[in-house]
Ligand binder design. Structure first.
Ligand code: GLN
Length: 211
């Protein structure tokens, strides 16, 4: 069975776990460095990016997360998780102490919709994953304000603002896919995790372990 971890330090991790369980994935709450090596993929959930970032360092999770990312296994940051995967945060939206994992060539803008439009829902085209639009919930959401040449844009708002992107095995979405009944993004992530681990397994005479 595919094993996906959800970083469970702060924020919306329970909802991701529920969603993964619903689609038949072995989902684990991750709080300890040694739990990460056995995962096929990892989700960093929404919450408060500064808090999650500080706790990542306090619990010595930075090195194993970076190692998972470099191993080719998929890592998905949603909302605050997206901020943490970024290389930089727009200066005027950056917290004084804003720990980043700096894994993707992205600049993000925190709380990009301001207090007037703190939270909202909309339908998004997400052609890499779904033929029909995905309903997306944005909660004090960041947007991607700049992407490097290796980053593929996966989805934009109607005004052109980038809200989802991928760089190799690293995926970010500014909204909360765990809060709707749509499970297509989680299914896609689980498939990606399964495929990545299959590629990493040493193939001995073609015998592959199923599941
Ligand atoms: N505004 C939060 C931050 O900057 C992110 C909000 C969320 O994850 N829903 O960390």
């Amino acid at each position: 069975m595919t094993v996906i971890g959800v970083l469970a330090l702060q924020g919306a991790f329970i909802e991701h776990i529920k969603k993964l369980n619903q689609i038949g994935v072995d989902a684990r709450e991750i709080r300890l460095p040694e739990q990460i090596a056995e995962l096929d993929g990892l989700i960093i959930p929404g919450g408060e990016s500064t808090t999650i970032g500080k706790l990542i360092d306090r619990f010595e999770l930075r090195a194993p997360i970076v190692e998972l990312a470099h191993s080719g296994r998929p890592l998905w940051g949603t909302c605050a998780g997206m901020i943490l995967l970024a290389h930089a945060v727009d200066e005027d939206t950056r917290a004084r102490s804003q720990p980043l994992l700096d894994l993707m060539d992205l600049t993000v803008r925190r709380n990009a919709f301001g207090s007037q439009l703190d939270s909202f829902e909309t339908d998004l085209d997400f052609p890499a994953v779904a033929e029909t639009p995905i309903h997306a919930v944005f909660i004090r959401a960041p947007i991607i304000s700049a992407v490097g040449p290796d980053v593929e844009v996966l989805s934009r708002l109607e005004n052109g603002q980038i809200v989802a992107a991928r760089q190799r095995n690293l995926i970010v979405t500014s909204f909360h896919p765990e809060l709707t009944s749509d499970d297509r993004l989680h299914r896609w992530f689980a498939r990606t995790a399964k495929a990545a681990t299959a590629d990493l397994l040493p193939t001995t005479g073609g015998a592959k372990i199923a599941g």
